[in-house]
Write a protein that binds this ligand. Structure first.
Ligand code: ZN
Length: 275
């Protein structure tokens, strides 16, 4: 029997599937309200809204579209993902990764990439992946962006990154992990797949290196997708990444890029020219 494996890279196919579901659920709420009174109706309405909010706010939720949260655990490898660059930390991180023979995907902010294109090219030249992490990183209101602004954020970053790197990203990371219902249509159109994580230490806000490493360490296992940051205000990101790389070595885990983390056919570099 031939086993068909799920592809890791799954751009959304039906990004508007939530709309009929939402309408149907609210019609059912109205029906229940009418049939059994306000107590039942209100409870059902609140429950349905809680589900809708969970879909936006839980980074691993696939309510509105597919999301990759871990890799198959068949081999002792992990995927390091480093968000929010390029930054003052990028060069040091690249040296660290080289020293550990590790590969990572950098989820870059379009505007920051445009300001420091040489760092983006260094990331690619040294064998790492680049992902789309929005054009301006509107972290306070990403969850609330409407369809037009959301498309601008995602497509704008995609254009900037493809122009600088010579290849278009294939992966998208939602800002703060908050993927609202309008994220998935532009992802489908651009061939982007959303990726979340299975290990994180809240290193974007906490600069206590030991605490961050302890948190990440709990979830370091084959197949883990590790969320890391660069350029955080506390200035300890490089130290944290160094600590993670040490732990990976101690645990016999290698940091590699997921299968097929190459260029998108037709977007930048044609498949025939791939090495
Ligand atoms: Zn971010």
């Amino acid at each position: 029997m031939i086993q068909v494996m799920e592809p890791l890279h799954r751009p959304p196919r039906r990004p508007h599937a939530w709309l009929p579901l939402l309408l149907a659920s609210q019609a059912l709420v109205a029906l229940a309200w009418w049939q059994w009174g306000w107590g039942v109706g209100l409870a059902l309405m609140l429950a349905s809204h809680a589900v809708a909010w969970w879909g936006v706010l839980a980074p691993n939720s696939a309510l509105y579209g597919p999301v990759l949260t871990r890799l198959p655990a068949r081999v002792p490898t992990v995927w390091l993902t480093i968000d929010d660059g390029p930054s003052d930390d990028t060069a040091a991180i690249l040296d660290l990764l080289d020293a550990h023979d590790a590969r990572a995907t950098f989820f870059l902010v379009g505007e920051r990439a445009a300001a420091r294109p040489e760092l983006v090219r260094a990331i690619v030249a040294r064998g790492h992946g680049i992902g789309n992490h929005s054009r301006t990183h509107p972290q306070a209101r990403f969850w609330a962006l409407g369809p037009r602004r959301m498309r601008e954020e995602i497509a704008g970053a995609q254009r900037q990154l493809a122009a600088i790197a010579g290849r278009a990203p294939r992966w998208f990371r939602a800002v703060v992990g908050h993927a609202n219902p309008f994220v998935h249509a532009p992802l489908r159109d651009l061939g982007l797949a959303r990726v979340a994580w299975s290990a994180r230490g809240f290193d974007a806000v906490h600069g206590d290196v030991d605490r961050v490493l302890a948190r990440i360490g709990r979830d370091l296992a084959p197949g883990a997708i590790v969320l890391l940051h660069e350029g955080a205000a506390h200035g300890r990101c490089v130290e944290i990444i160094a600590g993670v790389l040490r732990r990976l070595e101690e645990q016999g885990l290698r940091a590699v890029l997921p299968d097929g983390d190459g260029p998108v056919p037709g977007a930048g570099i044609a498949p025939a020219t791939r090495a």
